[in-house]
Design a binder for this molecule. Structure first.
Ligand code: ADP
Length: 165
């Protein structure tokens, strides 16, 4: 069975990678679906997020990366798929995630959402915190793949140069 793992992935962290790597061992194939949602004002463009994700998962032969916009259930149906995967960090994720899962079930009763609990070492990790640390020059080594670390540095260097000029 194919599972779809949707998210913003702005940028991909080692927590996301942990979920993807475990899902890759559990399912026939995994589609990582990157949401193009301009309302969220992401730091990285959909293409940049896709490029970083592709590089991150390049060693998993059964993992593919795609960009989608609009409703997740429409994308899942277009792919002929019935399973959505989400990661759960803490109890705080639970309320939001069940709300999302129930809304999706209402829209598309044939689609099920399943949850994988995070590995404990990544339970505190999220993309927003990573961006905040990197923005102010903190070290994000070990929190994100090294290529993402470089991209964060580049992004914030460009930003601070534009602010100065
Ligand atoms: P969204 O904006 O849709 O929440 P994210 O990119 O923040 O997208 O996260 C995508 C998915 O990965 C979500 O299911 C989220 O709970 C999960 N996730 C985020 N960070 C971690 C982590 N450190 N460990 C496990 N799962 C995570």
């Amino acid at each position: 069975m194919t599972v779809i793992y949707p998210g913003t992935f702005d940028p991909v962290t080692n927590g996301h990678l942990d979920i993807i790597s475990r899902a890759s061992g559990l399912f026939e194939s995994v589609i990582v679906a990157i949401l193009e949602n301009p309302q969220k004002k992401p730091l990285f463009t959909p293409r940049e997020r896709e490029k970083m994700m592709k590089e991150t998962v390049k060693n998993f032969t059964n993992v593919n990366v795609e960009i989608f916009h609009g409703l997740l259930v429409h994308f899942v149906r277009r792919k002929g798929c019935r399973l959505v995967l989400r990661g759960l960090r803490a109890i705080s994720d639970y309320e939001y995630e069940t709300q999302l899962a129930l809304t999706n079930r209402k829209l598309a009763p044939e689609i099920e959402t399943i949850f994988l609990p995070t590995s404990t070492e990544y339970s505190y990790l999220n993309s927003s915190a990573v961006k905040e640390v990197a923005r102010f020059g903190g070290c994000v080594r070990g929190l994100v793949p090294s290529m993402v670390e470089k991209n964060l540095q580049k992004k914030f260097q460009v930003d601070s140069q534009t602010e100065k000029s």
